[in-house]
Design a binder for this molecule. Structure first.
Ligand code: PLP
Length: 384
């Protein structure tokens, strides 16, 4: 089966006993031990082994083309489990432009844990070459396209550099999704998703995932961390996630299509200084994105709003634009069916590398023409 069919049919799962096509939700926290003291069904206790996880993990593993996957309570729980599986003193490279909360956690908590975290411009291979320390760097963390400037990192080249120095590579592929990019085929060792976004796709579940290309001592440690800490989602949320994943391909393809059209149209708008979208040929990472993203450039873009006459920056006009949309929803997050607009610097706060005139757009499934018309009227009003 091709990946879109795997997702649509949830790997073709059918219940053995009832022949049900939709899977049950397992609420049991505990499972019966066989008389000979074995747990042949494979489940002991639901802190990390709820059967409702199994289908979603198996489908994701098939979509990524990896060895195994694990669900976590959130994207942050997944990402931090990987960093916690490293040892004190290990050196880690991370990008300067990346999901803000994880950057904060790496700065303020991972360092207390003893990790030596160094932030670089991951999109410049020479920076990776210069920063990676042979035998000491244990993990290179990539996010591509990276939130919220959509900076593109060449996964294959970064893996080549990191592997030559003995480091593993993990990719936050939340925005690319397995529909557009399969990091394992490009050499990555671990793939992470905030499943809260496109994998679930309906803004009603918080979840995260890690997948591994192969079994390894690190993967065993990650599994053990999840089992001991219990940072998992509940069975209802796991069931909803699996339901959302069935429509992953048509949702992502439609969002890419709309985002491309919106980016091209806004690039002509006189109230917009710059459109940041990997699908625009003028975007710095476009050529690499065209190589490693298949079937589209994602549903996320950002615009830098032109300053109003008399204003030094576009911050006021950006906030006024977000205030005047009617169809777009003013909210954080991304990857849902409804289109979201956000003044990103406001949520990231002091120290953010995000320009104050930037609005982040998560393109959903509404009519593209209506989304464009709404943005155009909001931009015009904000500048009137
Ligand atoms: N990675 C990316 C790219 C994200 O956008 C987010 C959340 O916005 C996360 C990770 C964290 O995921 P969660 O909110 O599910 O913890």
């Amino acid at each position: 089966m091709k990946p879109a069919s795997i997702a649509a049919q949830g790997l073709g799962w059918v219940d053995d006993h009832t022949r049900a096509l939709a899977p049950p939700i397992h609420t049991s926290t505990t499972f019966i031990r066989d008389p000979d003291n074995q747990y042949r069904a494979g489940h002991t206790y639901s802190r990390d082994q709820n059967p409702t996880f199994d289908q979603a993990e198996a489908v994701l593993t098939a979509l990524e083309g990896g060895h195994a996957s694990l669900l976590f309570a959130s994207g942050m729980a997944a990402a931090t489990a990987l960093f916690q599986a490293l040892a004190p003193g290990d050196h880690v490279l991370a990008p300067r432009v990346m999901y803000w909360s994880l950057r904060n956690w790496l700065t303020h908590f991972a360092t207390q844990w003893g990790l030596r975290v160094q932030f670089i411009d991951m999109s410049i291979p020479d920076e990776v070459r210069n920063a990676v320390q042979s035998g000491k760097t244990k993990l290179v963390w990539i996010e591509t396209p990276a939130n919220p400037l959509w900076t593109i990192t060449d996964i294959a080249l970064t893996c080549e550099i990191a592997h030559a120095a003995g480091s593993m590579v993990a990719v936050d592929s939340t925005v690319a999704t397995p529909v557009l990019t399969r990091p394992f085929e490009l050499g990555a060792d671990i793939v992470m998703h905030s499943a809260t976004k496109y994998l679930n796709g309906h803004s009603d579940v918080i979840a995260g995932t890690l997948s591994t290309r192969e079994d390894s001592p690190l993967w065993a440690r990650i599994k053990s961390i999840r089992a001991q800490i219990g940072g998992v989602l509940g069975p209802f949320e796991a069931w909803l996630l699996m339901r959302g994943m069935r429509t992953l391909f048509p949702r992502v393809r439609a969002a890419c299509d709309s985002a491309q059209g919106i980016a091209e149209r806004l690039a002509q708008n006189s109230f917009v200084d710059e459109v940041l979208y990997p699908g625009l040929p003028s975007f710095p990472g476009h050529a690499i994105a065209a190589r490693q993203m298949h079937g589209g450039f994602g549903g996320m873009l950002s615009i830098r709003v032109r300053a109003k006459n008399g204003s030094a920056t576009g911050e006021e006009a950006a906030i006024a634009t977000a205030a005047r949309v009617q169809l777009w929803k003013r909210a954080t997050s991304l990857g849902g069916v409804e289109s979201l607009i956000e003044h990103r610097a406001s949520i990231e706060g002091a120290g953010t590398p995000v320009p104050a005139d930037l609005l982040r757009l998560s393109v959903g499934l509404e009519e593209r023409d209506e989304l464009i018309a709404d943005l155009e009227q909001a931009l015009a009003q904000a500048h009137s």
